[in-house]
Every structure is written in structure tokens, then in C-alpha cells.
Design a protein around this ligand. Structure first.
Ligand SMILES: [Zn+2]
Length: 258
């Protein structure tokens, strides 16, 4: 995206999030968002071309807005300066923003990478809640605990590694990400599956955490793994498999793709 058009789009997003500015912003909040979350509402055909453009800009905008929580201090110069540098700023960019990523998974993963998810340790520091127990195991909830120190998350990620024919123990967040940066390279089927699965795991664990917190309904590790398998199968089918190596064949069998 050309930088200036990005600055303009980001300014509109800022106005929508703040709910200030024009009548148009008020209209968007009332009739498009309808109380929903700007980052999560689906893009539909009935929307205006500009609204679609704004929603499509979310992938690039999410990390920027996550890193600048005080919207009142955001101005054109800040957006211009920071977005120019944004693309190469972090080494784990390619783990999240890769060809055929799932947008909602990428956004939540990016927020996790930036440690900007509303985990209870952060909410407690902000004075929003007064207890910080993990909904899965009662240990202290933090980004690093949820991904992947918690017993629930460990089982999910262990299941993914096993289906990827990688039989090793699950490591802590920093070590897993360091491993992922070194291991998930190139265009192999394994790299594609691992990248999809990492983002899907983070998204689905976060979704499960919220489901349990707000509805009391609980899905199992196997439910989450089934969803990850479905996402991977759909993406692999869409991408197509051209030349199948022995490793790729074993992977497909492990994921139930053939
Ligand atoms: Zn836990």
C-alpha cells in the first residue's frame, strides 16, 4: 500500500475507533459496526467501496494500532514515520503475515506477538480486574502462560507438532518463537502448515479462553485440534499440492488431507 494512502486510511480508522470527527464516523459506528468490534466485523459485498478498503487495511493497521494504544496522541506524522518502518521492524513478521494467512488469526496472533492481548496480568496492572487466574488451570494468566505454558495450550501445540511429525516437548513462548523463526522458512508444505497452525492455535486458544470466561461453555483440546485440522485442510486444498515428496505424503496422511 502506498504510504500516503495508508496514512489517510489509518486516520479514518483512528476516527472510527475514537468515535470522533464527522457525521460519517457516527454513521459507520451506528449502522456498520452496530456495537461490534471494528477489528472483527466481516467485510460484506453490500458495504461501500471505501468501507471495504478500510476493512481490508485492518491487517496492516492492527499491529500499528496495537503498538499505539493512546489514540489521542496519534497524528499524521506519527503514522507516516512509523508505518514506513513497520514492514521490516520485527523478525517474526513473516510468521504471521504470509501468503494465504487467515486474517482474523493473523490479527490476534500479531497482538499476541506484541503482548497486547487483554490478558489478566495486564488487566490487573491496569486496575481493571483484581484477580489474574488462568481459566484453564488457575495459574497466573499472561501471554507467555497462555501460549504455551498452560496445560491446555501445551496439549494443543503438542498435537500440532505431532501431526507435523515433530516429536519434541513443547517449549515456552520465547523458545517456541525462536524455534519458529529458525524453522519455518521457505515454501515447503511443512512450513505452510506450521505457520497456519501457529496462528490458528493462538487464535483458537484465545477464543476458547474468552468462551470459557464469558459463556462458561468449554471445548476440549481435541475440539481445537479438529478445527485446526479443518483450517489446514481447506487451505491446502485451495493451494493445491503439485509435486508430493515422501515427507509431504506423510504429512498429508498425518493431517488427513488425502
Ligand atoms: Zn493455564
Amino acid at each position: 500500500m502506498f504510504c500516503w494512502s495508508k496514512v489517510i486510511l489509518f486516520q479514518f480508522i483512528r476516527s472510527i475507533l475514537l468515535g470522533e470527527g464527522s457525521l460519517w464516523v457516527a454513521w459507520v459506528r451506528a449502522y456498520v459496526l452496530k456495537g461490534g468490534d471494528f477489528w472483527l466485523i466481516p467485510c460484506t459485498n453490500s458495504m461501500s467501496w471505501f468501507m471495504k478498503k478500510l476493512l481490508k487495511a485492518r491487517e496492516e493497521a492492527a499491529p500499528f494500532f496495537a503498538a499505539h494504544s493512546d489514540l489521542s496522541k496519534m497524528n499524521s506524522k506519527l503514522i507516516w514515520d512509523e508505518t514506513r518502518l513497520c514492514r521490516d521492524r520485527v523478525v517474526w513478521h513473516k510468521l504471521v503475515w504470509f501468503a494465504q494467512h487467515v486474517p482474523k488469526h493473523a490479527i490476534i496472533s500479531w497482538l499476541a506477538f506484541l503482548n497486547r492481548l487483554a490478558t489478566r496480568d495486564r488487566l490487573m496492572r491496569m486496575g481493571v480486574v483484581n484477580e489474574n487466574c488462568c481459566i484453564f488451570c488457575a495459574a497466573e494468566e499472561s501471554r507467555n502462560h497462555l501460549f504455551f505454558e498452560c496445560v491446555f495450550a501445551r496439549e494443543v501445540w503438542r498435537g500440532v507438532l505431532t501431526m507435523c511429525l515433530l516429536n519434541r516437548d513443547v517449549l515456552d513462548w520465547d523458545a517456541e518463537i525462536e524455534w519458529a523463526i529458525g524453522f519455518m522458512k521457505g515454501n515447503s508444505l511443512l512450513t505452510f502448515i506450521l505457520k497456519l497452525s501457529l496462528s490458528a492455535s493462538i487464535y483458537l486458544i484465545w477464543e476458547e479462553r474468552n468462551r470459557r470466561c464469558f459463556t462458561g461453555v468449554a471445548h476440549t483440546v481435541e475440539d481445537i485440534l479438529r478445527l485446526i485440522r479443518e483450517i489446514v485442510k481447506i487451505k491446502i486444498t485451495y493451494r493445491g499440492i503439485h509435486r508430493l515428496t515422501q515427507v509431504d505424503s506423510s504429512l498429508c496422511i498425518a493431517w488427513g488431507i488425502v
